[in-house]
Write a protein that binds this ligand. Sequence first.
Ligand code: SIN
Length: 333
Amino acid sequence: MADPTLPRLRLLATGGTIAGAQTSPAQRGYRAAAFSMEALLAAVPQVAALAQLEVEQVAALGSQDMDEATWLKLAARTQAALDDDGIAGAVITHGTDTMEETAFFLNLTVRSEKPVVLVGAMRPATAISADGPMNLYNAIAVAAQPAGRGRGVLVVANDEIHFAREVAKTNTTQVGTFRATHRGLAGLVNAGRLHLYGPPVRRHTWHSEFGLAGVTALPRVEIVYAYAGMGRDLVDAAVRAGARGLVIAGVGDGNVGAAALAACAEAAKAGVAVVRASRTGGGVVERNIEIDDDALGFVAADELNPAKARVLLQLGLTRTREPRALQELFFTY
Ligand code: SIN
């Protein structure tokens, strides 16, 4: 019987490696989303001392299969949980592969100051030294404490607390995969003890302008990866396929070669939003450095990586197609 004086948290499960099962602990292969949330919690009975937990299974998938329809459902279920006066916060289990995108989407669309914490694991639940149980314990600790409020959506893994906007998965397999590529960590969490650093720098959650009321689908935005010797075919194909926006994962400072640049310019002229991001994994893409964004009607991604630039562009396109207005969004969020 849970202690009724503890904060109530809603646990929204979506799957991922944290719920993954191998056929034997020494095997590398595994099936994501094999365990229920109840089974994961049974591995960390200590969480009963942190919070009263209510479980809701929103999806059961590996996060490579996360999609916009599930984002919309997850955002609605998260909002419903937080709108309940008795609920102190939400914890969302999620695969690590696309966690940064889901976290950023929720950071822009969920309206609440209450803590929302995404958590995953790099090793399946049946692995030797699985990282899921401690990650889950720490995520629940962060969501249960009032100090976790007002920081936007957070990601907890490997004893670190990350801001949704800053976090990126940077390693295929290691438990320290998440890095804050620009502005640093939100804090540390040592066996449930919080050490919080500065607040997030950009607008999020309760003061975001994006709402999902009446939104049943998001505009199609494709990411095109730039490389030496790139032609224009992928840009043209994305436009032909019906993309309303393109994010270029550009070389260096968000650049593309002449042929692809010409295709992007034509796309922008035809009303497709073109955002220049960088494939480098760090740094700022600024306007009008090597490419004349003003003349071509492009948008610079500022600090967002291509995957997050796509999320912001999808939401931005629900409000405007005007490049200057879209650019302001990239300077604001
Ligand atoms: C996934 O993203 O679902 C698989 C990888 C992981 O959770 O670490």
